[in-house]
Design a protein around this ligand. Sequence first.
Ligand code: FMN
Length: 256
Amino acid sequence: MTLYESIFERRSVRNFRMDPLNEKSMSGISRYKEELIPLFAEIDTKIEIISNLDKQAGIKGMFTVKAPYYLLFYSEEREGYLQNAGYMAQQMVLYLFSRGIGSCYQGMARLTEGEVDRQGRILTLVIAFGEAKGELRRKPADAKRLDLQELCVFKEEPGRSERELLDAARLAPSAMNGQPWRFVVYGNRIHVFMRKSGHFTYRSRKWERVDMGIVLAHLMIAIDDLWIDAVMSRLENITHKTVPNNEYVISVVLGK
Ligand SMILES: Cc1cc2nc3c(=O)[nH]c(=O)nc-3n(C[C@H](O)[C@H](O)[C@H](O)COP(=O)(O)O)c2cc1C
């Protein structure tokens, strides 16, 4: 199964068998973590995999699930690091699914051992993973997501490729299923925005930025897999005025 196909069937897994994964799976994960594509290559990141088979991993926090392994994503704290973390982590989450391994982001997870590594990178994301006890997949129609009509403003009728990209973006997972992404579609341009919700605390704003990285990963994977001629870039003439209460993130410009 490809990463693109995984977008449509993956669900968060919260019940795991506390059994080891086989060596082939573990070495595949170790190799793949070196292949993740960053959104901002200049941001220093590190991924560590820890075993919790002895239940001593020291992962704590509200809504944190018990799993045989955790993936710890450390990042240098600089502009764009949250989006970058979501972008890279989602590639890994889809890779895990494509290999039959369940996973769940752990937004509230804390590490008893400390949250800064020796190089000063901070613990940015924790992902629980392992063999699912129960359902690993679901049909895309069963995913609880907003409709495209609620997420998009269509200024012009979108073409087939634009639709395919939006379908992949729509299914991205997000913290508390908040789905902060919004899209303004002008023919061959998809402008991506982050919905600002004024009453949210700093903590949840942090997750919205991670969520935006996740949705950009879905767009990138769909562009690659479907061989769509498109580039993602920030256009300087787009401002917050385009969509009130939304922060402009990036545009996907498709070839004509
Ligand atoms: C950044 C982030 C943090 C999350 N934190 C948690 C968490 O702490 N506990 C949990 O059970 N699920 C967590 N989730 C999973 C979401 O609740 C889940 O992705 C969303 O409800 C959509 O469901 P689905 O992934 O099954 O499609 C998190 C997801 C993301 C993207």
